[in-house]
Design a protein around this ligand. Structure first.
Ligand code: HEC
Ligand code: HEC
Ligand code: HEC
Ligand code: HEC
Ligand code: HEC
Length: 197
């Protein structure tokens, strides 16, 4: 009985059932591989607060930005320095975002008719700021000074991940545990009032 059922199944498979089966198997393998890439933490063992791994936190929801800006293209391919576009972090609380004029300093000449660059020109004409969505986020009750960290040579990557590899950024919320872990490791302040003022 088992043998004949098997034989029938094998015949059916040879007779055309293989196509759909292979498609399902193939799609399954691809999905499994994508899931693997998604879950695989690049910083082995590094946690991003409360046991959340760094790169899992990086993969929060992707933000729809008003202009399709790519860090990978500008930083890795075109070798533009972080400080060229985010110049203030060494001196002040915020690193700062580039203005429309800074983008157009290059893009008046580089791909000036590109669809996304035309949007830039529109913002300039209307004298508006680009309404970038916030990516990295601390609640209001947290005090975070970039300059204290950059003066001690804490690298951007330590807190922002390898965004020079990303075309689009994914939203990240910082957990207190993430700050505390590094402060403990580097003998920085653990006083509640250092971060909650
Ligand atoms: C050519 C200009 C440019 C360069 C170079 C650049 N950035 Fe950016 N960066 C931007 C723009 C524009 C945004 C806002 C759009 C976005 O979030 O993708 C941004 C967003 C960010 C944000 C998220 C800001 C937020 O809302 O929380 C971080 C963090 C950041 N950049 C860090 C870096 C680091 C680190 C480097 C160097 C490895 C770098 N950037 C290089 C233009 C630049
Ligand atoms: C010690 C961790 C840490 C380091 C190092 C760090 N950042 Fe940030 N960054 C943050 C946090 C936290 C926020 C969110 C701040 C908030 O919500 O008040 C942020 C926000 C930003 C923003 C958006 C708001 C703003 O400040 O204008 C930019 C842009 C940015 N960082 C760029 C950089 C760049 C470029 C470097 C390296 C030169 C860097 N950061 C290094 C933790 C860090
Ligand atoms: C220092 C010069 C420089 C600055 C500043 C600069 N870019 Fe670029 N950008 C480039 C170069 C080079 C390219 C690649 C052009 C090409 O493909 O030939 C590029 C490409 C682009 C593209 C096309 C990407 C694609 O997928 O084809 C967009 C969109 C863009 N930049 C947006 C911006 C925005 C927004 C800013 C300001 C935050 C900015 N750029 C600042 C040099 C610059
Ligand atoms: C990768 C390591 C690292 C991470 C992550 C980090 N910090 Fe720090 N932080 C430092 C170091 C190192 C100093 C010491 C600077 C000094 O001694 O001047 C510091 C100093 C500070 C100070 C100044 C403290 C004082 O003495 O007054 C504040 C405030 C602060 N960090 C807030 C934060 C917050 C909030 C976060 C999380 C969003 C955070 N830090 C994440 C390394 C880190
Ligand atoms: C190095 C910076 C840092 C220090 C030191 C620090 N915190 Fe926080 N704290 C944060 C950040 C960042 C958040 C926001 C993220 C979160 O809610 O986890 C936070 C959030 C909180 C919250 C809100 C939690 C919630 O779920 O809304 C409380 C309460 C708090 N901290 C209490 C404390 C107390 C008490 C101390 C001293 C023992 C302390 N913190 C020390 C960075 C710090």
């Amino acid at each position: 009985m088992r043998i004949s059922a098997g034989t029938i199944k094998a015949r059916r498979l040879r007779g055309g059932a293989w196509g759909p089966l292979m498609v399902i198997l193939f799609a399954g393998t691809v999905l499994a591989m994508l899931y693997g890439i998604y879950r695989y933490p690049i910083h082995h063992g590094r946690t991003y607060g409360h046991g959340v791994r760094f790169n899992q936190a990086m993969f929060g929801p992707r933000l729809e930005q008003p202009i399709a800006f790519s860090h990978r293209l500008h930083v890795t391919d075109k070798e533009i320095d972080c400080y060229y576009c985010h110049p203030y972090g060494e001196r002040s609380l915020n690193a700062g975002l580039p203005s429309v004029d800074k983008c157009l300093g290059c893009h008046e000449y580089i791909i000036p008719e590109h669809e996304e660059i035309l949007k830039l020109k529109q913002y300039r004409e209307e004298d508006e700021l680009i309404p970038w969505q916030r990516v990295y986020y601390n609640p209001d009750h947290v005090y975070f000074p970039h300059f204290r960290h950059l003066k001690k040579n804490v690298a951007c990557t330590e807190c922002h991940g390898e965004l020079e590899r990303a075309d689009r950024l994914h939203q990240v919320t910082f957990y207190m545990g993430f700050c505390i872990d590094c402060h403990q490791e580097k003998n920085a302040s653990l006083e509640c009032t250092a971060c909650h003022q």
